[in-house]
Design a protein around this ligand. Structure first.
Ligand SMILES: [Zn+2]
Length: 337
């Protein structure tokens, strides 16, 4: 079932010479994470005066791009005060150890349930190598470096930390992963939402900038901790702040969240129903995968009729594959209860 993902990644040897970065206003910069291919994952720099927070770390391949942006902004290494992965999945936290080495003044802010995996990444590494094998693991993620315990701060729900006087509020947002938090920035009135507010690639709208707000979006239910009720509650919690923006990790900013929130809620309900309807089928995961694909493409063509469905099938292949795996595991967890 992971073949689409692995194949897609294996085919891509495109260089990341200059994926560049985008200034988003309010001192926020979006930097491509150089994960699998350009446009799949990003991280954010928040610059407040002479201090910087890095939100999401990408993988070991991401650090170079971050250093380039800091150099361009003429900010020294010492400016980086916080490194903040939203959760410990490797496209979000795989580069954390390397960044902590490179930025000696930085402290890591992380969900309490993720902290031990940053200090000792052996479990993360073993889990990922079991899925991808040694070679692909190295290609996707590079090396995972442990973060010194004394530089890790476990952040409780509702805790605030300030970056040069700019308050960042942390809310625990389970649903995609139990150890997920999102970061509220009252200056931009935006959430750094990791994977809790879904995935919306640039290709899922018909124009990069103009229709940024209209992009299609899908939830991410990838293994192993998806929980539909918790995910819905986390989306409601975030919408309760009346956000103007969502800074997605996959990918970049959304600026009119209401319709996307509704689209996510509807799809999470679809997912739950599909999984429950197919729970007793043989080859359950394959059946779920097909159903997710059908329903997603149907929704997509009604929301964005101008998009080419063949292209969209390729754009969504990796995530629908992971989402089907995650739903299958969710069903298995229910059965054990
Ligand atoms: Zn992710």
């Amino acid at each position: 079932m992971k073949s689409d993902f692995v194949e897609k990644a294996g085919l891509e040897n495109s260089s990341f010479e200059n994926p560049g970065f985008e200034e988003m206003g309010h001192g926020i910069y979006c930097v491509d994470a150089r994960y699998i291919q350009h446009g799949i994952a990003c991280c954010y720099l928040m610059v407040e005066g002479d201090q910087v927070a890095i939100i999401e770390t990408g993988t070991a391949h991401t650090a170079e791009g971050i250093a380039e942006v800091l150099a361009e902004l003429e900010l020294p290494k010492e400016a980086v005060r916080y490194i903040i992965p939203t959760h410990v999945h490797l496209d979000h936290a795989g580069g954390a150890g390397l960044l902590m080495q490179q930025y000696p003044e930085a402290q890591m802010l992380i969900h309490p349930r993720g902290a031990r995996h940053m200090v000792n990444p052996s479990q993360l590494m073993a889990g990922s190598k079991a899925v991808y094998g040694e070679e692909k693991f190295a290609q996707f993620y590079g090396e995972l470096i442990p973060v010194p315990k004394e530089r890790v701060i476990s952040v409780e729900n509702g805790e605030k930390h300030d970056l040069n006087g700019r308050a960042l509020e942390f809310r625990h947002t389970p649903g995609h992963a139990e150890h997920h938090f999102c970061v509220w920035d009252s200056v931009s009135e935006g959430w750094f939402s990791g994977d809790t507010f879904g995935i919306s690639y640039h290709e899922m709208g018909n124009d990069l900038k103009k229709h940024r707000s209209d992009r299609f979006i899908i939830p991410t239910t990838s293994p192993v901790q998806f929980d539909p009720d918790k995910l819905l509650a986390s989306i409601d919690l975030m919408m309760g702040y009346n956000p103007k923006k969502f800074y997605l990790t996959h990918y970049s900013v959304l600026e009119n969240p209401e319709p996307q929130a509704d689209l996510l809620r509807a799809q999470i309900e679809d997912y739950r129903q599909i999984a429950q309807l197919l729970r007793n089928e043989s080859e359950r995961e394959e059946r779920i995968h097909q159903a997710l694909k059908d329903i997603t493409l149907a929704r997509l063509s009604s929301e964005q009729p101008e998009l080419d469905l063949g292209t969209m099938e390729k754009v969504l292949a990796m995530d629908l594959d992971l989402n089907a795996q995650g739903l299958n595991i969710w069903l298995s967890r229910q059965e054990k209860k």
